[in-house]
Design a protein around this ligand. Structure first.
Ligand SMILES: [Zn+2]
Length: 305
């Protein structure tokens, strides 16, 4: 009998197809009635604490491993792992095992594969909404990195050390940068990771000989990544907020002006960074925030349904 890997055993236990102490079940008979045939294996047990007496064979052998069997007269009996085949023959035994395997397959589909299909779909929907804004955030950071690396470095340092407090030349705080966490960890990178996992999971759920351990592992990884990505997306939105960008621009303007090299100007709807006479303009990305704004609680719920 297939002993099952950890994932399978977990699923069987949840469905009552694998049990611990078999004697805790109601309605067990000590011995089968004469003429009764085994009709169905209800579950198998692994009980390491104590050997359990068999109700089928004559000498009532004791076993750590065995089955709960429904008999043709409706009675329920415990039996050892090898006794049915010995007493009733290989055909009967194989038929019972086929039926048990079928029910285990159904339990696996019902409890792991189908929920995983729903998880993959829900995660894809969410990631699909976020990927555009996440890319816009990456573009903004790349732009700063190319055109104003000193400002990006200063901004990152402030976020790391001072929780994003921007101070003027007199040391007075005039803005606290929103969305600092997205500067430290990219939501876009996380979404790409999630995308790879979702593609793999999409293939696994449709594969008849699916790798359940891998599927369960992916589920665990997505359960970590998706809520984290959701919370970083919120940070990225906060960073991209116009008032936030304007405040950063004003701060950067003051900072670089003091060195009389660069100047940063803000226009309506634009984050403008000018170096000497060269003026570079980057539009502030606009997104339908209400549609795509993640809800971390809802994203976590995807995995608990
Ligand atoms: Zn026996």
């Amino acid at each position: 009998m297939h002993a099952g890997n950890d994932i399978e055993v977990g699923l069987w236990r949840r469905s009552g197809l694998r049990i611990g102490n078999p004697r805790l079940q109601d309605g067990l008979v000590e011995r089968i009635a004469p003429g009764a045939m085994p009709a169905e294996i209800l579950n198998d047990y692994e009980f390491r604490e104590e050997k359990v007496r068999c109700g089928i064979c004559h000498n009532r052998q004791r076993h750590y491993w065995g089955f709960t069997v429904q008999m043709s007269d409706g009675s329920k009996v415990l039996c050892g792992n090898c006794c049915i085949e010995k007493l009733f023959g290989s055909d009967v035994w194989q038929g019972l095992l086929r039926s048990l395997r079928g029910r285990r397959r159904e339990a696996t589909l019902r409890d792991l594969v189908e929920p995983m299909r729903a998880i993959v779909e829900a995660c894809r929907r969410a990631a699909g909404l976020w990927i555009g804004p996440a890319k816009a955030f990456v573009d903004m950071i790349d732009f700063l990195d190319d055109e104003a690396p000193d400002i990006l470095v200063a901004l990152r340092n402030r976020c790391d050390r001072e929780e994003g407090r921007l101070t003027d030349l007199d040391g007075k705080v005039f803005h606290v940068v929103r969305g600092c966490a997205a500067l430290a960890e990219s939501p876009h990178k996380l979404l790409k990771q999630a995308g790879d996992l979702l593609r793999e999971a999409g293939i696994l759920v449709d594969d008849e000989r699916r790798d359940l351990e891998r599927l369960a592992a992916i589920r665990g990884e997505l359960r970590q990544i998706m809520p984290r990505a959701a919370s970083l997306m919120i940070e990225a939105y906060q960073f991209l907020d116009r008032e936030n960008l304007r405040a950063i621009a004003r701060w950067a303007s003051g900072m670089v002006k003091s060195r009389d090299r660069h100047s940063v100007i803000t226009d309506d709807g634009e984050f403008v960074y000018a170096i000497e006479t060269q003026r570079m303009v980057m539009p502030i990305p606009t997104w339908p925030m209400a549609v795509a704004m993640p809800d971390v609680g809802k994203v976590t719920d995807i995995f608990t349904r």
